[in-house]
Ligand binder design. Structure first.
Ligand code: 5RP
Length: 228
């Protein structure tokens, strides 16, 4: 299977799982990216099985609406029952790097609200240690240079993702050579402490609850508990 077929396969596994977990009045959180897009397209025919969705980006909201799936403002819902999203890297603790699509802040917000965070990825995203994929950091525009200097002090090599403005009107710095070999939670916290940072793409303080990984041998399910 090629990478696209793997994404389709893992999205279908997540649709099957989601349908078992939701009720008629459930709100489903929808992530951003090509794997999340596969999920949107596959869940569309089951749209009568849940009340609606909240989306982690304008692009996903638009795609959901194009399928006739209701999209609610996060502030308008009391609960998000399940959140499905991709990742750029995932390790055995189900800690993630996200934000390749510049949607990390809204992704982190929906993750914070959701009862269950289901990550879907193809096997190219599975790593022993996070950090090969440059870590996206969303910054307030006027703080870009300040934040970049602070990230250099942490040992990183930040690169401004030019021509990208997030859905929140902010900028992205992609930080190379930052390997959270110690505690990813500590690094996540430390970067978020820099004035001008909105958030960073480490999802370690609240990792995924379950990861469906598409491999050439089939879908492998990883849970945080089984990984100890
Ligand atoms: C967007 C993300 C995506 O989940 C991540 O970039 C993976 O994308 P894809 O499914 O296209 O590989 O974090 O901000």
């Amino acid at each position: 299977m090629d990478q696209n077929q793997l994404k389709q396969a893992v999205a279908q596994a997540a649709v099957d799982y989601t349908l078992k977990r939701i009720e008629d009045d459930s709100i489903v959180g929808i992530g951003t990216g090509s794997t999340a897009n596969c999920f949107i397209d596959l869940i569309a025919k089951h749209r009568h099985r849940f009340q609606g969705t909240v989306a982690s980006s304008e692009a996903s909201a638009e795609r959901l609406r194009s399928h006739g799936i209701p999209v609610f403002e996060l502030n308008a819902v009391a609960e998000v029952h399940i959140y499905i999203d991709g990742a750029d890297e995932a390790n055995p603790q189900l800690e993630l790097i996200k934000g390749g699509g510049a949607a990390l802040t809204r992704e982190k917000i929906v993750t914070a609200v959701a009862n269950e965070f289901v990550c879907i990825a193809d096997e190219s995203k599975w790593v022993d240690y996070l950090g090969t994929f440059p870590l996206p950091v969303e910054v307030i525009p006027m703080a870009r240079s300040h934040v970049a200097r602070e990230l250099v002090k942490l040992g990183g090599d930040p690169v401004w993702r030019e021509n990208v403005v997030t859905d929140n009107g902010n900028l992205i710095l992609d930080v190379h050579h930052l390997y959270p070999m110690g505690s990813a939670c500590e690094l996540e916290e430390k970067i978020n402490q820099i004035t001008g940072v909105v958030t960073n793409g480490l999802f370690a303080i609240k990792p995924a609850d379950i990861l469906f990984l598409a491999t050439q041998q089939g879908i492998v399910t990883h849970t945080a508990i089984s990984q100890g």
